[in-house]
Design a protein around this ligand. Structure first.
Ligand code: FIX
Ligand code: ZN
Length: 432
């Protein structure tokens, strides 16, 4: 991908021996490496093209992204119901008008649409939505996947694969030829957060589970369910998003399911259990998918899991800014914990910058700084372009600090380090 041109790097406050010009080549080299290194995007909501319309792409899907829906309601005054009754095109028209024409699109999610369109070679300053639609209508999905992955510099995209999704499940059951650019992660939220509704589904699918006070057999059957789906989709990790306020261990069914089914399953198959902590689902239900919020998590949960289950591996991202420091400190204590990504409301430049520097300073290179969480294919372009710049900037400063001690890094060492951040450390953690 393109190197992104010159970008300013910060000089260290103290520079007794080096001058700006003597550091510039190192900064440029780091920038080049970070901007072009291939990345594994370890969490997205994108799909293998075999899932057809489940893979979202194009300008209308970019505009109706739930991040933009919630921002547009800062300005729109029509009733929520009326908005949801409109077609996707009509919703996109409203959002375009409110967020791009009536106000300047300075938010990160708005800027992202423009970064993406610009990178695709489209002229954003014309503000011509019908012309943008015509351009997308002339693209084919396969070529578009290749183009977006090239522009984002991705080598692999992890999907979020839920057997509980009524649109997704039949595609797996029928079978299809896999596109090897897409890897799988088994998503199990309903199993852990709404067992009373989920148990009857498992029973309908042939697993002998009981919803009430479950006997031993129920947990064995949940393990059989997890094993069937892990094998069917070739899952590389098991994943759940848990609400702010989640506690572990308790006497709840969720604790029992984690202890007696999920963790033994992950150990048996050597899979990490990925925890996304801190969402407040349906803070404003009228906003639908755009209505979720953030809350503080009790990270004793993570300590209890990591300490109590040393043979399990935990990938973790936390949604609250206030939880980021504690997550780093916990990671220093537990080798079976691997932090990843700047998730959702933390995926804004000022927080990516802060969180990435915090992690580098406390953890070195043993974490995965970013995932895209893209829901629309084209979003990988901006999410990675924006994050790469911030990661490059942080690394420039870190290597410059080292240079002040007389420590010099070779190009090969920088490439090794960046490769770790962009998927190498994740792969090692998954294999360990
Ligand atoms: O739970 C998740 O995986 C979240 O990332 C999503 O549900 C959320 O809606 C999102 O798109 C955040 O970026
Ligand atoms: Zn997600």
């Amino acid at each position: 991908m393109a190197s992104g041109g010159v970008f300013a790097y910060r000089l260290p406050l103290m520079r007794p021996t080096r001058t700006e010009s003597s550091q510039a080549p190192l900064a440029k080299q780091i920038e080049e490496i970070v901007m072009s290194a291939p990345v594994t995007d370890i969490h997205t909501h994108l799909y293998d093209p075999a899932f057809k319309e489940l893979l979202l792409w194009g300008v209308d899907d970019l505009l109706v992204y739930h991040y933009l829906v919630s921002e547009s309601f800062r300005y729109l005054d029509l009733p929520y119901d009326r908005f949801w009754s409109l077609s996707k095109t009509a919703q996109a028209d409203l959002i375009w008008d409110a967020l791009f024409l009536q106000h300047s699109p300075v938010s990160e999610a708005c800027r992202g649409v423009l970064t993406t369109l610009h990178a695709l070679g489209l002229d954003v300053k014309k503000r011509d939505l019908p012309a943008l639609r015509r351009w997308f209508a002339s693209q084919t999905v396969d070529k578009h996947i290749t183009r977006c992955m090239e522009l984002a510099g991705l080598r692999k995209i992890f999907m979020t694969n839920s057997p509980f999704d009524d649109l997704e499940r039949p595609v797996w059951e029928k079978g299809f030829r896999r596109d090897d650019r897409f890897a799988t992660a088994l998503r199990i939220d309903p199993l852990l957060v709404s067992w009373p509704e989920t148990a009857p589904k498992l029973a309908r699918w042939g697993y002998k589970v009981e919803a009430g006070v479950p006997p031993r057999q129920t947990f064995d059957e949940v393990r059989r369910f997890l094993a069937d789906w892990t094998k069917r989709i070739g899952a590389r990790y098991v994943m759940v998003s848990l609400p702010a306020g989640f506690e572990f261990p308790t006497r709840s069914i969720t604790t029992q399911l984690i202890e007696q089914a999920v963790l033994p399953h992950c150990r048996e198959y050597g899979l990490p259990f990925a925890l996304m902590l801190g969402v407040k689902r349906a803070t404003n239900p009228q906003l639908q998918l755009a209505g979720d919020g953030v809350g503080l998590s009790n990270l004793n949960v993570l300590q209890n899991l990591c300490a109590g289950y040393p043979d399990n591996k935990f990938l973790t991202t936390v949604l609250a800014r206030e939880n980021q420091h504690e997550l780093c400190v916990l990671t220093r204590k537990f080798r079976n914990l691997h932090p990843f990504g700047c998730w959702w409301f933390t995926n804004v430049p000022c927080l990516i910058d802060e969180i990435t520097r915090l992690r580098l300073e406390l953890l070195g290179l043993s974490f995965t700084p970013q995932h895209s969480d893209a829901r629309v294919l084209d979003q990988i372009v901006y999410k990675w372009q924006h994050s790469r710049r911030l990661i490059a900037q942080a690394l420039v400063d870190k290597y410059a600090d080292l240079a002040q001690t007389g420590w010099q890094v070779s190009r090969a060492e920088i490439e090794r380090d960046v490769n770790d951040l962009f998927g190498g450390a994740f792969d090692r953690f998954c294999r360990s």
